[in-house]
Design a protein around this ligand. Sequence first.
Ligand SMILES: [Zn+2]
Length: 141
Amino acid sequence: MSTKSRQTIYGGRIMGAEIRAQGAREAAKRAARDADRAEAEAWSIRMEGYGGPAQPSSTIGQCLNGGLGWLEVECNRCKTRASLPLDAIRRPRDTPLWKLEASLKCRSCMKGRHAPPVHIIKLTEGREITPYKWVHPGEDR
Ligand SMILES: [Zn+2]
């Protein structure tokens, strides 16, 4: 067989297979994103509707991947709410959200290193309420 006819026969098949592979990879990425979003959403609805349980929860990375990049929290004492961008929280991306609750602090209620607990309200796509100066996890060490 000549090089030319070989290329005609196999070249097209290789290209077709490569295109299918790329399509499948993109579909898998979309599916993972959809799954991450659905899981984060279910957790968020549970938190908002029933106040928990917070465990188990999605991770920071899963929420960001699923497009729910903001965490709304409320101070148990002054009831101030804040929207925190998850991508700005200095924690590994595989940190589950429930672990953040204990390290979030309301700045206006903080006395020295002591601060009243806060609780997570829900996840949102964007900032829904005015930003408020909160101490982010990781800033206090
Ligand atoms: Zn407060």
